[in-house]
Ligand binder design. Structure first.
Ligand SMILES: [Zn+2]
Length: 252
C-alpha cells in the first residue's frame, strides 16, 4: 500500500498563504467564525492540528477543493477528553470549497493555543509492502473471526511508521479496537513531533536538529499535545453529502 510522507517547510520559507494548503497547525484557512469548532466539555475554541486538501490518490474527500480539518481542545490538557473520538474535545470535518472564505480564519476571542505551523511543500510517496489483505490485520474488528488465518501473518509482522502521513495503516500505540466501527476508513495519522525531512533554510527558535536522523529527518519541533509520545488517527466515512471525519489519539 502507498503512503505519503510530508516534506515540511516553515511559513517563513514560503509565500504567505493565499489558498487552502496542506498544513499542520497555524490558523485554519477559510473557516467562518461559526465553523470554528468549540470544545463541548469546556466551551473553549479548539486549536487547528491540520488541514488537508482533497487529492484523488492521497486523500479522497470525494470532490476537488474540499478541505479536511482536524482540531483539538488545548485549554485544559488532560481534563477535556480530546483523545476520544466523538467526545467533543476534538473535531474532524470536511468543508466544501464554496463554504470557505478567501483568507485565514480570524483567531477567536478566547485565544485558543495556536499549534506550531508547517506547510507541506511536497509529499513523498512510499510503499509499505502491505497488501490490502495484510492491511485488514490492523483493523481486527473488521475481520470476521472465522476468516482469520491462524497460520497467516499478524499485525506484528509489519512495522508501519509512527510519523505524520496520509495513507497506509495506523501505527497503533494502544488497542486497534479503538478504531471507529462500521464503514470507517483510516486515511492518515499525526505525530506529536513535527518532522522536517528537508532542513529548514531559516532559523526558527523552536526547530532543532535531529542528530539521530530518525526516518531521514533533519530537524524537529514540538507538535500537538497527544500525551506521552502520542499519535493521532484520522478516519473518514463516505456515503453522506460530505464525508464524515473521526479523530482520536493514543499515547504510551
Ligand atoms: Zn476543552
Amino acid at each position: 500500500m502507498q503512503n505519503f510522507l510530508p516534506i515540511l517547510q516553515l511559513p517563513e520559507e514560503t509565500e504567505p498563504q493565499s489558498a487552502p494548503r496542506d498544513k499542520l497547525g497555524g490558523l485554519p484557512w477559510g473557516l467562518r467564525s461559526d465553523m470554528w469548532p468549540v470544545c463541548t466539555q469546556c466551551g473553549g475554541s479548539q486549536s487547528l492540528l491540520a488541514q488537508f486538501v482533497h487529492d484523488p490518490v492521497r486523500l479522497d474527500l470525494g470532490r476537488t477543493g474540499r478541505v479536511l480539518n482536524v482540531f483539538q481542545c488545548n485549554h485544559d490538557p488532560g481534563m477535556c477528553e480530546n483523545w476520544q473520538g466523538g467526545a467533543g474535545g476534538n473535531a474532524c470535518f470536511v468543508v466544501e470549497p464554496e463554504d470557505l472564505l478567501r483568507g485565514l480564519s480570524e483567531q477567536p476571542g478566547d485565544d485558543p493555543e495556536i499549534e506550531f505551523e508547517a506547510f507541506v511543500a511536497e509529499w513523498e510517496t512510499h510503499d509499505d509492502g502491505l497488501s490490502s489483505e495484510d492491511a485488514r490485520l490492523f483493523f481486527p474488528s473488521d475481520v470476521q473471526p472465522g476468516n482469520a488465518d491462524p497460520t497467516g501473518p499478524s499485525m506484528t509482522d509489519f512495522d508501519p511508521t509512527s510519523s505524520t502521513r496520509l495513507g497506509g495503516v495506523p501505527f497503533w500505540i494502544q488497542s486497534p479496537h479503538e478504531a471507529p466501527q462500521g464503514g470507517w476508513t483510516f486515511v492518515g495519522q499525526l505525530d506529536n513531533t513535527i518532522s522536517f525531512r528537508r532542513a529548514p533554510t531559516v532559523d526558527h527558535p523552536d526547530v532543532e536538529p535531529d542528530r539521530s536522523r530518525w526516518e531521514g529527518r533533519t530537524h524537529t519541533a514540538i507538535g500537538p499535545n497527544f500525551g506521552d509520545n502520542g499519535v493521532g488517527y484520522i478516519f473518514l466515512k463516505h456515503g453522506g453529502p460530505l464525508p464524515q471525519g473521526w479523530f482520536f489519539w493514543q499515547c504510551a
